[in-house]
Design a binder for this molecule. Structure first.
Ligand code: IPE
Ligand code: IPE
Ligand code: MG
Length: 265
């Protein structure tokens, strides 16, 4: 695919954008519900686990493209608080896969200047995975490239309850006047504190639901649902999502500034 335009982004690197994209309207933050691994495997007569393995390759491609195209943050849904309800062997496979991938890819993440973070109830994960998460997070914390947030043992409702508990505790201790709690203060207690809200949510595999993902943060995200199954998500699919995003008129409850101006004049 041709990438003729080159502009400098906030990162220290020069970003390239594929043709057909408006470089001034690249979303800053993309969130992805990576769904369809099981169906991808089933369609090939393979065990579900092979779908998860193939999904890792799609994730690596997506991260690299987002970084190349100047997207500042990529937040992906890797394992939900509800995914524990799956058969034990699948859960065990996924936890081991996360460990292996993290170990194997850490050097590459570091050389790409990626800043990785894990959002969710990390203490509920296996000990070895927690250690690797801690290691990867601290090693990459000073990196200047894309923020790569991996939601693992993540639930949007759980996140909201934890935030409410923290604020309630501070109020009880007399550190905080509850009448002063506002949206900014609340957002700072979420796992995504310091990250702007996603501009674009992509869900693969055709499902039209958010499955307990980023319930607060997606308030005004543009939603792109594609039938592509996650392991098949590639450069063309990402480009398609971005072109769709750029065709949207984001009003945030107000009026479309261009057509409003025309009406007024
Ligand atoms: C998404 O793919 C990966 C995880 C939830 C861990 P699925 O495993 O949900 O794939 P489908 O939906 O069964 O096809
Ligand atoms: C959402 O996918 C969770 C992740 C992608 C990690 P699911 O496959 O778990 O969602 P549902 O069950 O179809 O809503
Ligand atoms: Mg699924």
């Amino acid at each position: 695919m041709s990438r003729p335009s080159a502009i400098s982004a906030d990162h220290s690197t020069v970003c390239t954008h594929p043709s057909g994209l408006d470089p001034t309207r690249i979303p800053e933050h993309i969130a992805v519900i990576m769904d369809g691994n099981g169906r991808w495997a089933k369609a090939r007569g393979l065990p579900r686990m092979m779908g998860h393995r193939a999904g890792v390759e799609a994730l690596k491609t997506t991260l690299r493209l987002c970084s190349d195209w100047g997207i500042k943050a990529l937040t992906v849904y890797a394992f939900s608080t509800e995914n524990w309800n799956r058969p034990t062997d699948e859960v065990h496979f996924l936890m081991t896969l996360f460990e292996r991938v993290l170990q194997r890819e850490l050097e590459a993440l570091q050389s790409q200047k990626v800043r990785i973070n894990f959002l969710g109830d990390i203490e509920g994960l296996p000990g070895r995975l927690q250690e690797l998460i801690e290691q990867a997070t601290s090693l990459t914390s000073g990196n200047s490239g894309i923020h790569f947030n991996v939601c693992t043992n993540y639930g949007g409702r759980r996140e909201l309850v934890i935030a409410a508990q923290k604020l309630a505790e501070r109020s009880l201790n007399g550190e905080l006047d509850p009448t002063l709690i506002d949206e900014n203060m609340f957002a700072k207690e979420l796992f995504t504190a310091n990250e702007a809200d996603p501009d674009l949510l992509i869900r693969t595999s055709g499902e039209r639901r958010i499955s307990n993902f980023l319930l607060w943060q997606l308030a005004y995200a543009e939603i792109h649902v594609t039938d592509v199954l996650w392991p098949d998500f590639d450069e063309a699919a990402l480009l398609h999502a971005l072109v769709d995003y750029q065709s949207r008129c984001r009003r945030f409850g107000g009026l479309d500034p261009i057509s409003h101006e025309r009406l007024e004049s």
